[in-house]
Design a protein around this ligand. Sequence first.
Ligand code: GDP
Ligand code: MN
Length: 379
Amino acid sequence: MKLLEWQGKHLLRQVDIPTAQGQVVEKPEDVNALILDGGKMVIKAQVPVGGRGKAGGIKIASDPQQVKDFAMGMLGSQLKGFPVESVLIEEALNISEEMYLSILLQPSGEYLLLFTASGGMEIEEVAEKTPEKIVKFSFSPKKAAAEYVFIDVLRKTGLQGSKLKAVGEIAWKLYKAVVKFDLLLAEINPLAVLADGSAVAADAKVEVDDNAIFRQPIVKHWVKPPTDELEKRAKEIGVTFVDLDGDFGIVASGAGLAMATMDLIRDMNYYPGNFLETGGGITDKLIAGSVGLVCSKEKVKGLIVNLYGGVNSLTAAAKGVVDGVAALPRKVPVVVKAQGNQQEECWRILEEVGIPVIKTHRTEDAVRLLVESLGGNAV
Ligand code: GDP
Ligand code: MN
């Protein structure tokens, strides 16, 4: 889950990383109720994406009226494709240098720290134009990295004295935050160095591992229930679902199988109407619910159920398809492809009620049959 800047900063403060004083507003009434003492303020649109500065989502106000005007202007607007539902108002920092610091969890399980003293711009741009200015440091979570380790790494960039101490300390604390809050990514850009040599996180881009949210009480609090009706239903059924715009519905017993089905549908010049993946917990009820969910969209003209029975019981899946199809309020052609654990029993149950079954491992056979049953020409 990608956090908003104010949420990211809230986590950073738990490990004592310095940030500016700020307040979050969500409604015009909040803006009117703001108590401001007249100093320079920065108004920041809270959307889970970078590059807000260039898109007009970061503004500096010099008096309280301007703060309110900017905040009102941002609330409810769209920024980079996201609705601005909250705005962060902070004391503007007197930044003398902008640096970049991030720690991310790599697929290998090691952490990677990236740092450059030329922050402020996108790290991708620095990487392309002046890669020599980026310090990379890969380290194992087994070695609880100590503060001096980070200071030593950053020393290589030429940082010295109080600045080196300030930035090194933040790097070490950022690592603590990554471990403590199960983060996949923690990025501070800019890491602002002020005139007195102290360093402050002026931005925070933080991503939490979805699988760990259950044990992160602060983050759990921020999870929003899905607003989309279909997504809500998918969540209740217990499947991973993404709504799409095409005409062929998909129920697949794994993410890879679902993606392959989508590709093969495109190969035949049709479009997938959704992505749905059941995972390993198939029951007849779950499959029946999935069939109903996918076919609840009028636009979906036909359904492919693509099953692999590993841990999953194909008998339960077949019963679920039969129940799901029987409960549909309209007629939707369905083709099932099923291979694996209990396949013969599965085929028998489906054929008994006249649902066509593909008994090969070729998903394209299922797509072709569905195209033909809709009166189209399979390519
Ligand atoms: P992003 O573009 O979405 O990553 O937004 P940031 O929060 O990183 O802000 C973009 C730029 O706005 C920064 O690089 C700074 O130059 C500027 N900025 C952000 N916060 C402050 C602040 O408190 N004071 C000043 N002077 N500039 C700021
Ligand atoms: Mn930034």
